[in-house]
Design a protein around this ligand. Structure first.
Ligand SMILES: [Zn+2]
Length: 338
């Protein structure tokens, strides 16, 4: 089989790889129905995460179970399943508290940009759809593996309540789906921060009521203008840079909450400044496994269509073009078809 490897900055290759096999009795092998490139893959692609050796890529996936190990009892061959980017046992104390990405047995899934995939801890990690989905539903189901679940967690962590005023920092797929999540949770006003017309349009489609195209201090000033000087009740930080975090903290009302889901790169917070803001900070790698059953139901019933974030579809063999399109911001998110 061929799979995706990153050799160095902007050097993605689709090359011969060993076929995945059951190595532990808790494993499953999936035939991937669709995979995609994540905004967080771009950190490595751009050389901002050091690459010491050629590394397999891909952590967002859905597909059909081909084979399971002897200890797998819930997941069955033939089922269509979705799993998180972190495999988890779903039984330890952290999993039971809803933080499956902090599972004591967690293991990063990192070979998903390929036609077949080994998923560890299959019973804890994978959730099956009610039946085999039709093709048009697959993009939306795929988002539940990471970006939709991450946007959802951002809104949960930011304590979005019915009637709330919400600001979303970041107009990548996660930020846009954070808008969708906040709408679904009943926010009255949702301010999307974006300076790109196609992303602003999608943000409005997902439920944004206002757009702020400024950045930094000017963006904070605009949020204050829009909220009578108070600030937003809930802020979703979906970028991970120092500027985005400062923007999020500055936009939040005293006592408000920030859900931070962007993987931090160069974020440094001053304890005293933070102390004086009265904000709640909650974040981390989103425990998307917690939300999978609920989000599968919402997609299955047609209540949400998060798959709209995919604005480009390419064959898996052209995965290098997919990275390039996202790196150059020509595409919001690229779906890869095996
Ligand atoms: Zn666990």
């Amino acid at each position: 089989m061929k799979g995706t490897m990153l050799y160095g900055p902007r050097d993605i290759r689709f090359e011969e790889r060993p076929d995945p096999a059951i190595t532990l009795p808790t494993d499953a092998i999936l035939r991937v129905a669709a995979a995609c490139v994540c905004g967080s893959d771009l950190w490595s692609y751009r050389g901002l995460n050091p690459i010491k050796q050629p590394s397999p890529m891909g952590h967002e996936y859905c597909g059909i179970v081909e084979e399971v190990g002897g200890a797998v009892t819930v997941v069955k061959p033939g089922q269509f399943v979705i799993g998180s980017f972190f495999a988890s046992d779903n039984t330890c104390a952290h999993c039971r508290a809803g933080y499956q990405t902090a599972c004591v047995q967690r293991e990063l899934v990192s070979t998903a940009q390929a036609p077949r995939l080994r998923v560890p801890l299959a019973d804890g990690t994978l959730v099956a759809t009610p039946e085999l989905p039709s093709g048009h539903m697959i993009p939306s189901l795929l988002t539940l593996s990471d970006v939709m679940g991450t946007g959802w967690f951002a809104a949960v962590a930011a304590n979005v309540r019915p009637g709330a005023t919400v600001a979303v920092v970041g107009d990548g797929a996660v930020g846009l789906l954070g808008v969708l999540a906040a709408r679904r949770m009943g926010a009255a006003r949702i301010v999307a921060m974006s300076r790109h017309a196609p992303r602003q349009k999608l943000a409005r489609e997902f439920g944004a009521t206002d757009i702020v195209s400024e950045r930094g201090d000017e963006a904070v000033a605009r949020i204050k203008d829009l909220t009578n000087g108070v600030g937003a009740d809930s802020v979703l930080e979906c970028v991970g840079t120092g500027e985005a975090m400062r923007q999020a903290i500055g936009s939040t009302r005293p006592g408000g909450s920030i859900g931070c889901v962007g993987v931090p790169h160069g974020v440094e917070l001053d304890g005293r400044e933070l102390f004086m803001t009265f904000v709640h900070l909650h974040g981390g790698p989103a425990p998307v496994r917690r939300f999978l059953p609920e989000l599968i139901n919402l997609v299955w019933s047609g209540a949400i269509h998060p798959g709209k974030v995919f604005d480009l579809t390419l064959p898996l063999a052209q995965v290098a073009d997919a990275y390039k399109a996202m790196d150059e911001r020509r595409a919001i998110k690229v779906l890869l078809q095996p």
